[in-house]
Design a protein around this ligand. Structure first.
Ligand SMILES: [Ca+2]
Length: 348
């Protein structure tokens, strides 16, 4: 169980504890204990469901918060982006821009159809983008998107890329200058990803996307184990606030039912430095710093702001090292010079 799901369970435990509590001293102690446990579970971060960015059964009254387009069909049990029919495109888009700096989106989805192995497609994409409701060839959305995309790609288009199995989940961040290459399954632009058996499952299948302090983490729960498995974890990702969440899917010559059961958005309570808070986050251009490999960034969750100028103590340390270097050189030089002089004296 990862921190995200644990945290939600923690919120539930906390709520139940408060409602059954009276105001006496013992109860207060229990409350303090609950808060302590809650703190342990969430690692100090409380998390909250944001209903304005969430889509949940039975989808009543979500018409003002979500737009449905193309082949999308809404029932009381699922939102079907495409049916198991050829050449369909459908999408859903949150009408409310997201101004959270740190968030986690949990998507429950279902991909299923009559097609046998490798005879189905194309998959679902989850979006956090500047524009919404733009039709196009990338899982029903535009190629030159601006923002973040997570692809649940169920069909292998690139027959040269046989080193990986499909379905394949990958992520891409774009400022709109480079398109997603559908023919290559987006390999040239992906930040990373993983193979995940997501199709025709009898149990529930989930995807989690976490963005916090410049770090993008994708987790899957598709094996009916009720625990998250890491798919991608990369620092140095810069995304602005004010973009829109959405989901889209497309079928081509091959097809599948692409269903969204729920999209639940949680705000992550993360502290930022005054320097970070003073930035206008809506002006950030989507980008990824690939100066370090993702694994090297594990100890540097603030990769987003890594390239800031040297701070005072770093300059001091550098100067100290330089000074020590000069002193060592001078001492060695003096010793060598003295010995040279002594040797020279012997020849006089
Ligand atoms: Ca594909």
């Amino acid at each position: 169980m990862d921190a995200g799901r644990s945290a939600i369970r923690g919120v539930g435990l906390f709520g139940a504890a408060v409602s059954s509590m009276d105001l006496r001293c013992l109860a207060l102690l229990s409350l303090l204990h609950c808060v302590a446990v809650f703190g342990d579970i969430t690692d100090g971060n409380a998390e909250h469901l944001k209903r304005e960015h969430s889509l949940m059964k039975p989808y009543q009254g979500v018409g003002s918060q979500w737009d449905f387009s193309g082949s999308t069909l809404v029932t009381s049990q699922y939102v079907r982006l495409t049916p198991d029919e050829r050449s369909k495109q459908g999408s859903i888009w949150n009408t409310v821009p997201c101004f959270l700096k740190d968030w986690e989106m949990h998507v429950q989805f279902r991909v299923h159809g009559l097609g046998k192995k490798n005879l189905h497609g194309d998959g679902i994409a989850i979006w956090y983008t500047k524009e919404r409701l733009q039709l196009g060839s990338v899982f029903g959305n535009q190629e030159h998107f601006v923002g973040l995309a997570i692809f649940l790609d169920t069909f292998r288009n690139d027959l040269h890329g046989m080193d990986r199995s499909f379905p394949y989940i990958s992520a891409m961040v774009s400022n709109g200058s480079v398109p997603y290459d559908h023919g290559k399954d987006g390999r040239s632009t992906e930040l990373g990803g993983c193979t995940a058996e997501i199709r025709n499952k009898d149990h529930d299948t989930y995807l989690a996307i976490r963005y916090s302090k410049g770090r993008l983490t994708i987790m899957v729960d598709v094996d009916d184990r009720n625990e998250w498995k890491e798919c991608l974890d990369i620092a140095g990702v810069r995304l602005p606030t004010g973009y829109f969440f959405g989901a889209s899917a497309a079928t081509g010559d091959l097809s599948d039912n692409h269903d969204i059961i729920s999209m639940k958005m949680y705000q992550l309570m993360v502290e930022h430095t005054p320097e970070e808070d003073s930035l206008d986050w809506s002006k950030i251009e989507p980008s990824v710093s690939l100066l370090k490999s993702p694994k090297d960034n594990i100890d540097d969750p603030t990769g987003n702001f890594r390239s800031t100028p040297l701070t005072g103590w770093k300059v001091f340390l550098l100067l100290l090292c330089a000074l020590l270097g000069i002193v060592v050189c001078a001492v060695v030089g003096a010793v060598v010079f003295q010995r040279q002089q002594e040797r020279n004296k012997r020849f006089y």
